[in-house]
Design a protein around this ligand. Sequence first.
Ligand code: HEM
Ligand code: HEM
Length: 136
Amino acid sequence: MPRISRFYFAMAIIYLLIGIGVGLHMSIAHDHSAVGAHAHINLLGWVTSALFGGYYALNPVKAGGWLPWAQCGLYSIGLVVMLPALYLMLTGTPGVEPAVAMGSMAVAAGVVLFAAVVFTRGRGIRASRMMPQPAE
Ligand code: HEM
Ligand code: HEM
């Protein structure tokens, strides 16, 4: 599996643990005010990151060069700014909205770069070259 896929899955599972933690906390406290943060931690943090990681694992040719890491960097920094700020905003901390906005923009930019990865030729290792060669 390419290094970028391992990074994405490591990040994704951490967000799933946090997202489920927030979901359990909401359920136990009977206070669903953080539902927007719970939904986006799980869907942007776990599901979308795992989809990105899965895409690079299935298309190792797309995992080489600077573009995938620029995509991954923007998306990851966006999430780490957006998601905690969204949780704080929804649970009543004032003044964090600009962080939610800036994080969201970085996430959106990371998604635009992912579209570029999908629609351009890759510079990594072709999957066929990674296959074990048949014995002579
Ligand atoms: C043990 C795990 C989980 C618990 C305890 C939990 C709990 C909750 C709770 C209490 C709500 C609020 C419901 C409401 O106010 O209407 C909610 C909403 C939501 N959850 Fe979870 N959740 C869990 C896992 C997940 C996972 C893994 C995902 C996604 C992969 C997810 C996606 C969502 C979404 C999208 C909503 C918003 C639904 C809507 O807009 O009505 N949840 N969850
Ligand atoms: C930067 C990207 C995104 C932004 C800025 C964004 C923004 C928003 C906003 C403003 C809402 C309405 C919240 C409310 O009414 O309280 C919302 C709800 C929702 N979004 Fe997103 N969204 C993004 C990405 C996504 C993605 C990628 C998914 C799914 C994979 C998603 C799934 C949902 C769901 C399920 C809800 C309803 C959850 C709830 O009840 O709060 N969003 N989003």
